[in-house]
Design a protein around this ligand. Sequence first.
Ligand code: NAD
Ligand code: TYD
Length: 351
Amino acid sequence: MKKRILITGGAGFIGSHLVRRFVRKYSDYHIYNLDLLTYAGNLENLKDIERSENYTFIKGDITDQNFINKIFEKYKFDSVIHLAAESHVDRSINDPLLFAKTNILGTMILLNSFKELWKNNWTNKLFYHISTDEVYGSLGEAGLFKEDTSYDPNSPYSASKASSDHFVRAYGETYSMPYVITNCSNNYGPYQFPEKLIPLFINNILCNKSLPVYGDGNYTRDWLYVVDHAKAIDLVFHKGKNRHTYNIGGFNEWKNIDLVKLLCDLLDEKLDRSKGTSRQLITFVKDRAGHDLRYAIDANKIQSELGWSPSVTFEQGLSKTIDWYLQNKLWLENTTSGRYKEYYKNQYNNV
Ligand code: NAD
Ligand code: TYD
């Protein structure tokens, strides 16, 4: 009998890379992709594998208890890899309750259905929760987030993810549910919705629009190519220790302003524009409320215990990413039409 794996949020950015990897690599697994197809979910991201025999898409809401109970009863998933979430900090500032509902309640509902199904026999079962480094809060100029760093979230997004992490651990302790959690740094790559820094700025450069850098631009993030995240999830899913947390990061810190300048220069080169053209679009705008100064991950545990390491340098990953957006202008046009325009106007006041 095939292993039945539920991947939630598989039509989103990271989820689509993970679904693709698992469907292609593991013909002895059946992959069920559960996604509500919010503004961030897009089945175009999975066109290449949608007809695979070992793949089923289920449209539905993780916050709908009855529906979730029904699909667990029907498909009897052996494992869950849970990515479905509201994922953008700026949106969480405008609508914190939605983040609490999806990220906290939605996770609890999945945990509960999983527990009800397997509480009498947890053999070969796993709940794998995908989380973020943002739960640790903000670093100063020095230091790294380790697996035992205290949680100290600052945004409604990170607070909701922190809360969901706690519930996963609580189900592990209370009901003996096998679980793993990974906390990853900022991802970038193909299929990322153009609300996040890198795809938003690529799109704006292509459209000759301003590049809205928050505050003074001296905020630091640790960037990881999404395919390397999917590779790490694959490893942890198969080899991670029960009830362990693994931090995943790119060993790759960049100040926003430096990253934006690099992006501008790479795009000038690829678009045959003279050097410096895109940098002229940089515009410093009002800072994000509660903006975390610096995130940086110590990824030594996953590297030493499971042998994981990033496969591309940042320059290579960024170059591949830009090429993908240049070759997929229709995808970009479709995602930036309609409701996106409204979002952009509210968020940036059309700078
Ligand atoms: P995303 O916003 O691109 O995708 C989220 C997906 O979840 C979408 O397909 C959406 O339709 C789906 N979804 C939202 N609400 C749902 C609901 N109620 N029921 C079912 N599906 C629902 O997000 P992403 O960037 O791919 O992130 C995926 C996961 O990884 C999230 O849990 C996020 O917290 C975590 N994460 C993201 C990053 C990053 O840099 N993007 C870094 C670390 C961790
Ligand atoms: P983002 O991609 O939203 O990821 P996160 O907030 O989860 O780290 O933002 C990355 C960094 O870029 C963050 O410091 C905020 C900054 N930023 C801007 O300066 N301008 C923008 O328009 C966006 C979306 C982000």
